[in-house]
Design a protein around this ligand. Sequence first.
Ligand code: ADP
Length: 590
Amino acid sequence: MAAAAASHRRPVKDSDLQKMPAKGGHTTLSDSAKPTATDAVPLPLYITNTVFFTLFFSVVYFLLLRWREKIRNSTPLHVVTLSEISAIVVFFASFIYLLGFFGLGFVQSLIIPRSSHDEILDDDEIIEDFDQMMLKEDSRAAPCAAAPPTDACKISSPKPIKKIVDDFLPVVPLSPEEDEEIVKSVVEGKIPSYALESKLGDCRRAAAIRREALQRTTGKSLDGLPLEGFNYEAILGQCCEMPVGYVQIPVGIAGPLLMNGVEYSVPMATTEGCLVASTNRGCKAIYASGGATSIIMKDGMTRAPVVRFGTAKRAAELKFFLENPLNFESLSQLFNSSSRFGRLQNIKCAVAGKNLYMRFCCTTGDAMGMNMVSKGVQNVLDFLNKEFPDMDVIGISGNYCSDKKPAAVNWIEGRGKSVVCEATIPEEVVKKVLKTDVASLVELNMLKNLTGSAMAGALGGFNAHASNIVSAVYIATGQDPAQNVESSHCITMVEAVNGGKDLHISVTMPSIEVGTVGGGTQLASQSACLNLLGVKGASKEVPGANARLLATIVAGSVLAGELSLMSAIAAGQLVKSHMKYNRSTKDVRK
Ligand code: ADP
């Protein structure tokens, strides 16, 4: 016990680390591998210590009382009762424990100072611990903590991140002086910044320490970047690593957007002046015109691995195999077994010499679906490897998917939700709300969004500013903002109807990639914005209904944004209103 206790207390590099738990704390590699006697203690160490301390002082007190009584009554000291024998046994037992725990370790630490080699081992171990954790996280099929686990989550049996943190919970809550010691260790490179969460088991404190260390190492102040008021536990292992604070983005509301007979207040997170006001004006015009109609035409997330063969002939053979309808049934069974929600729709193949790109497309319920589709694809690849042993899997993603890059395949085939949204705006509304006329809007759309974009060689960019609205709604609702690349693909069509009096406007957006579960959607602010739209979390009635509704709202908001900006340009108001709303009148020199 004494030796074990000593190993628990052995100083590592800094005094602060002594107070960290041995389990997951800084022990040598061999220490961490070896089970120690204290591991067998069923109670946490500090409780065990408290018990022994209490026992020790209680029996000392008891024995002293008895001693005094015996002297008073002239009873010989060697005549002892059963209770006194027990007290003496407990006295020795607790004395040995406390001596072992506090005495030997201290003496040992003075006699045997730690070698620098040990220190190197420790650092390596921290890195190794963290790498292990990252590996576990990488192998994590999905952030199951945020949502009910699927069977697939169970298959990969990741160690939940919460559990990893629990293992590292400090035995004694640390004080500001101890925080200071840890900051110093981070600055000196003795503790890797990335390992703070796992070492401390307190994400907010880890962020505060990292932030302070960062300020000291860079010599730059982070004043203005808030730390408090954010749940750092919620982002751990799912949304952001090594946090030092959070950026505040104002959320404005455009609306009501009247679409398919329902009114929506659309949250937009942006720092671009005019954007919310302009979208709001578009919503007003749509509302005054009786609302917009939005339809989902297609729903399927994609992932396209790239595999290589020895010959182009073999690559073509796999293409034929995948495209044979007789094989689809068994392939989809394999694919679907990876998730409750992922359902394979089709596989589109493209050959480039000896290489084959297989674009798997599947429905993903209310999730945006990248993790889900990847799991299904992995299942099919494992099977294909047996059928085509000469197949070499080069990568689970071969860019034919295509994620977060402008690509014609998304523009033509669609990715995520393919949506079309339309509205007919009466002449009067065009005049009164949009301050322009139908003919000017039709002409501008033709010359700007169609011809101008064609001249620029646009890929899916046949619109005025779809990405403005997409990005603002994405940030507010916890979508992946990088997917605004393909999610903003949009062609805006404008026509004069009803004898040239009224305006028909539509936006066609083939690849809106949104989800209402997973990723950033579970964070408090983003979740509140989803709640405002009535699409928070998984749909209880029809899986996928919330995500699909969100996609239609995105398209409806884009329609409003297009209508308003196009009108401002047609009326020659753009520069004027931007000067008014985008340029602060504040004297920045002050
Ligand atoms: P993504 O695939 O978009 O990256 P995640 O894998 O992060 O999404 O989140 C999806 C997780 O949510 C999966 O574990 C899935 O089983 C779970 N889930 C719960 N309800 C639903 C639902 N209605 N639709 C889709 N996924 C759901």
